[in-house]
Design a protein around this ligand. Structure first.
Ligand code: NAP
Length: 292
């Protein structure tokens, strides 16, 4: 299967999560190592919550270069690390760990990955009215990175008590002195919030495969003068993005954010600029092969 040699000098990067069977990270990273001629390998490990601490200590003992962390360990891994980057601390979740001489430091590359994806399509958030759907990890990353850049931020979440969304708004109020509007994710509130929106970001899991025929936004609320960003990357073209395209809006798929969050981890582990286009292409190829 592999056309590369592994030796005692090969550097190892890993992924821990549960499940990991459908992860795109190994194809993205291994293709990037090959392209740059780096003696690295990326290996996914399925780790149950009960084994998380042993796995983290094991990765430290095995002297891996670093590892990615995915569902369900992004939050619970934090106390097992030796330090946290301020952004990961604010977001309260880690998706990338760097091992420096046995010291494990946690990062969150989702926030910068999202911003790179947006800027990569020439969309400047400055002066824009932004609406974010959801209040989970992705929403927290997206809203925090946008907080000091945009004109206004509105978060809509389905929880009746809205405590997660309120918690993000409070954090942004404390750190940036900015007021974030928080609303329940109901069509009537959505209609009001979208009336002046320049950028709409879906950071809920609605539309994600296998329930890919759903959209969190009624199609009639989408306009051609909007940018619609869907954090969901499987499928690449969600129902929300298809309906936004049909309305004439500019659309950005979560695949861009996925590729960028991986690229930023790659750069931390290797010290080299990541071949972002290749990483995105590999992820797309894998997703498209699943859709067949
Ligand atoms: P999470 O922490 O579990 O949060 C999920 C969010 O979706 C919560 O706000 C939840 O609302 C909301 N939600 C779930 N089902 C819903 C429904 N039927 N109606 C309305 N809201 C619903 O997950 P996450 O890590 O933030 O991930 C969210 C999505 O972003 C996933 O599809 C994930 O794959 C994607 N993502 C993409 C990238 C990327 O690189 N492109 C990175 C991270 C995540 P409640 O609070 O009410 O439960």
């Amino acid at each position: 299967m592999s056309d590369r040699d592994i030796s005692g000098k090969t550097k190892i990067c890993a992924l821990i999560g549960d499940p990991v069977e459908h992860t795109m990270s190994p194809v993205m990273h291994n293709a990037a190592y090959k392209k740059l001629g780096l003696d690295y390998i990326y290996i996914p490990f399925r780790v149950s919550p009960e084994q998380l601490e042993s796995a983290v200590n094991g990765l430290r003992a095995l002297n891996v270069c670093g590892f990615n962390v995915t569902i369900p360990h992004k939050v619970t891994v934090i106390p097992m690390l030796d330090g946290l980057d301020p952004m990961a601390e604010k977001i309260g979740a880690v998706n990338t760990v760097v091992n420096t001489d046995g010291e494990l430091r946690g990062y969150n590359t989702d926030a910068d990955g999202f911003l790179k994806a947006l800027l990569g399509w020439g969309i400047e958030p400055g002066g824009k009215n932004v609406v974010v759907l959801g209040a989970g990890g992705a929403a927290r990353a997206v809203t925090y990175i946008l907080a000091d850049k945009v004109l206004s931020l509105t978060i809509l979440n389905r929880q009746e008590e809205l405590d997660w969304a309120e918690n993000i708004a409070e954090l942004i109020r404390e750190d940036f002195g900015r007021v974030v509007r928080v609303l329940e994710l109901l069509d009537e509130y959505l209609a009001g919030a979208l009336r002046k929106a320049d950028i709409l970001i879906n950071a809920t899991s609605v539309g994600m495969s296998p329930a890919g025929d759903k959209s969190p936004v009624p199609a009639g609320l989408l306009r051609k003068d909007m940018v619609v960003f869907d954090a969901v990357y499987n499928p690449i073209n969600t129902r929300l993005l298809n309906e936004a395209k049909a309305a004439g809006a500019r659309t950005i798929s979560g695949i861009d954010m996925l590729a960028w969050q991986g690229a930023l981890a790659f750069e931390m582990w290797t010290g080299q600029a990541a071949p972002i286009d290749l990483m995105k292409k590999e992820a797309e190829k894998m997703l498209e092969s699943h859709e067949d």
